[in-house]
Design a protein around this ligand. Sequence first.
Ligand SMILES: [Zn+2]
Length: 361
Amino acid sequence: MTAAPEAGAGAAAAALQGTPLSATLSLVMSQCCRKIKDTVQKLASDHKDIHSSVSRVGKAIDRNFDSEVCGVVSDAVWDSREKQQQILQMAIVEHLYQQGMLSVAEELCQESTLNVDLDFKQPFLELNRILEALHKHDLGPALEWAISHRQRLLELNSSLEFKLHRLYFIHLLAGGPDKQLEALSYARHFQPFARLHQREIQVMMGSLVYLRLGLEKSPYCHLLDTSHWAEICETFTRDACSLLGLSVESPLSVSFASGCVALPVLMNIKAVIEQRQCTGVWSHKDELPIEIELGMKCWYHSVFACPILRQQTSDSNPPIKLICGHVISRDALNKLINGGKLKCPYCPMEQNPADGKRIIF
Ligand SMILES: [Zn+2]
């Protein structure tokens, strides 16, 4: 059919010259016309489909986005607009680096004239380089990294290096009997982990018996499971982040996920506060008017609620340990002072209020 457009063009030229069309030419012409009509129709219907889904996205945003959402944000947050904007941009850039979208991060830095120094970028660049290799089933860079950080990984109770060696060993086993000698000599890498991972090492040694038969037909076929690769990526990200002092998830995505849970609750409580006309209840300072459960995933550190005032302690009202060992908040302590003396509300030992010590969780 590739000749059809040429024939069509020729036919058009012939028609222009006033020559009557031959039967073949007029057949080609009508075929061409039909083809063009079909294509145009298909394009139009495709476009209609895309348009209807795009317009649905817009409607879904309108439906789900509550314009009242700004009401729960304190205006004070935007007091120094420029500085806040820079903090927000920095959080976005950090998120992009963490996600491995390096070029997008660079572009944003340039457009927002944000100055990110190399020391900040370096850990993300390194992590991404190693993870990319792991995704391609290349263990080299990860092994190199794990060996050079062996001592610190052991302090973190990490079995990353062992898992990497194990995966490399399995990769050799998958090569069949030809790789037997190489696999045996590689097994010496397990020596430092013999005590901690004895059982796993035994399993790997046992699998050698089936090398000739083929590992996939042996009771050890689970060693070839591809899930080990997903697991190693996860282990590497978790342990490397913790070693480098980075969070596994970017602060931006954690805040976003928490916001999705917290915002509807906050908007409800705001409506209740306004209805009851007790607007002073929520000062927007550093605490929320109610406690919002974000789930175990968002538990990062212990919190202390004062047993006297039933308030969560904060920097301005920290927990204080009395000399008898009981802990109350500073606000409660100040309220309990009577004539320069403090009587513990629990034991009740009398003491000097200045002897109380601040506790940091
Ligand atoms: Zn006490």
